[in-house]
Each structure stands twice: as structure tokens, then as C-alpha cells.
Ligand binder design. Structure first.
Ligand code: PLP
Ligand code: CA
Length: 304
């Protein structure tokens, strides 16, 4: 494997690269949209790639929405040709893992939100129902469900001490699986604010339980295996486009895909260059093969 280049590429080189691939995998936030704002030109890029006969997939670590709600979001932002089957979220893949790989015989204790709960229900994976009229006493007032065989941690705006306490009690049983939807530390919001990501909540559960979670989302290869098992993808024919070096680009490297950093999101060219110049061999997997300003540059590539 040649060392990753971090090459800033423009129209003719983008065209050459795309012509050599059958599949294009896009991360969502920071690539396709930023929150509720579409990246200019992204809908045209998706249509163009499909017209060129490419298979296009959307891979997001955001576990807050079920797949159907992503379809609605794509339509709202001006995309006309994105199908539910092309969308792979960390919530959907977590449910697929528990059903198809772990073949869980028991219930899941979920720290998460509606996206995770809906995907688990759709997959037929039983979950512990939240007690709505929970007592406000001590930890002893919260019952534990003896059927719990997995703890799944995702993004949860209602994360609290009792959830943390329950999760670490379940995890005392070494047979109980410990999964995390994604390792993301934080996400950019509007006005320069940030929100803590699932990774920060998982870290709390890891500390309290003295265990390590298995990550389902990027950079874990499970998401690629999930797509590949349904669409029979060859990694060598696939390009991963993302905005975060520590998740998207590492994911591509872990799965044997060519990688492209787009500068419309979290990571910068300087950070990529910093990883490239580092002496630590482990950091080389954070270096993208290619860099573009925005995926809208793909449009020019096909015009010339
Ligand atoms: N998780 C949450 C809760 C988010 O808000 C976001 C981004 O907005 C993500 C994950 C990252 O999503 P993606 O993998 O599409 O960049
Ligand atoms: Ca992203």
C-alpha cells in the first residue's frame, strides 16, 4: 500500500478518480449538509454520480433519526433521488448488529434517543422500556431487568446519573454486551457552539463499568460490512468522502477504501498535513488520499 498522499485535487484529477470507482460513500454532516443547511451543489452531485452509473451511499454516525426520517431530510434539503436503502446510520447498523451478528437472546438497555429506539424496534430487537413514573429516591428504587443481555450507548440529551448507574450495573455481568453507536466526541452547532457526542457518554459508562465498548459506527468496519453484505461492494472500487479525519478517513483506511477529505466540515487541511508529517505510524491512517474544498467540485469535474 502506497503512503497516503493528502493530495489536493481539482477537476480533471477528480474526474479520473471517480472514473476509477463504482461506489461513492458519503458521510453526511459536514459533507452533504451542515445541520439543516445543505452544502451548495450536493443534490446535483448525487444526481450526477448516479447518472454516471455509480452506486451512492450515505454513512452517518448520527443515531438520532431513524432511516425514514433521513429520507424526509434529504427531500427537505433538495435531494430528489435518495432511497432509504442507501442510508446507513449508526442506529440502523447497531440494530442490524444485535439482530444478525450477536443474535441477541434477551433485551437491550438503551442510552439513546428515538432514532436508536425506532431502529431496534423495526429490527425486532427487544429493549427495556423506560419507566415513565420513575421514583425519585435512591438508586435502589430503580429496578434492574434480569433479561438485559446488552447495553447500547448513543447520543442522549436526557443522559443522567441513574442511566449511568443502571448501565454499569448491567455491565457487571461479563456476558452482557457493551456497544456504542459511535465514538464522536462532540459536534459543531450553529453560532460556534458545540454539543457533546455519543463518545463522551460512552466514556462515562466505560469508566463506571471498567469495560470498553465495541463501536458500531465509523471508524469501525462494521458499517462497511453492513453495506457490503447488502450491495456486494468491493472496497477497491469504493471511495469514502468525509469531513472528520478521526472517524471518516480512519474508517476508509480500516476498510481498504480510498479516502477523500472535504473541507466543508470539522477537520482542516493543516490537521491532515500534521498527521502526514507525524512520526507516529498509527497517525498515517488519519491522512486522506485526496482533499477537495467541497464536493461541489465534482460538478466542474464532469463539465470539462
Ligand atoms: N451524532 C450526532 C448527534 C450529530 O449531531 C452528528 C452531526 O450532526 C453526528 C453524530 C455526526 O454525523 P455524521 O457522521 O453524518 O458527520
Ligand atoms: Ca461528518
Amino acid at each position: 500500500v502506497s503512503s497516503r498522499g493528502c493530495h489536493k485535487i481539482r477537476s480533471s484529477q477528480i474526474r479520473e478518480l471517480l472514473d476509477s470507482k463504482l461506489n461513492v460513500l458519503f458521510d453526511c454532516d459536514g459533507v452533504i449538509w451542515n445541520g439543516e443547511t445543505v452544502v451548495a451543489g450536493a443534490p446535483e452531485v448525487v444526481t450526477l454520480l448516479k447518472q454516471q452509473g455509480k452506486k451512492v451511499f450515505f454513512i452517518t454516525n448520527n443515531c438520532t433519526r431513524p432511516r425514514a426520517s433521513y429520507v424526509t431530510k434529504f427531500i427537505r434539503l433538495g435531494f430528489t433521488d435518495v432511497a432509504e436503502e442507501e442510508i446507513f446510520s449508526s442506529a440502523y447498523c447497531s440494530a442490524a448488529y444485535l439482530r444478525d451478528v450477536a443474535k441477541l437472546q434477551g433485551k437491550v438497555y438503551v442510552i439513546g434517543c428515538q432514532g436508536v429506539v425506532k431502529e431496534l424496534r423495526d429490527a425486532g430487537v427487544p429493549i427495556v422500556e423506560e419507566d415513565t413514573d420513575a421514583p425519585t429516591g435512591t438508586i435502589y428504587d430503580y429496578p434492574l431487568d434480569p433479561d438485559v443481555k446488552a447495553v447500547l450507548v448513543g447520543y442522549d440529551e436526557k443522559f443522567d446519573f441513574i442511566k449511568l448507574a443502571k448501565a454499569c450495573c448491567y455491565l457487571q455481568n461479563t456476558e452482557c454486551l457493551f456497544l456504542a453507536t459511535d465514538p464522536d466526541p462532540w459536534h459543531p452547532l450553529r453560532g460556534g457552539r458545540i454539543t457533546p457526542g455519543s463518545g463522551s457518554l460512552t466514556a462515562a459508562v466505560e469508566t463506571a463499568s471498567s469495560r470498553k465498548a465495541m463501536v458500531i459506527g465509523k471508524p469501525s468496519c462494521f458499517m462497511f460490512e453492513c453495506i457490503a453484505s447488502q450491495f456486494n461492494l468491493d472496497p477497491g472500487q469504493s471511495l469514502m468522502v468525509g469531513d472528520r479525519l478521526e472517524t471518516d478517513i480512519l474508517f476508509g483506511a480500516n476498510c481498504g477504501l480510498d479516502t477523500m477529505l472535504t473541507l466543508t466540515g470539522v477537520s482542516t487541511l493543516e490537521e491532515a498535513q500534521g498527521y502526514k508529517d507525524s512520526d507516529d505510524p498509527e497517525r498515517k491512517d488519519f491522512v486522506p488520499d485526496y482533499v477537495v474544498e467541497t464536493i461541489a467540485d465534482f460538478i466542474l469535474a464532469y463539465e470539462e
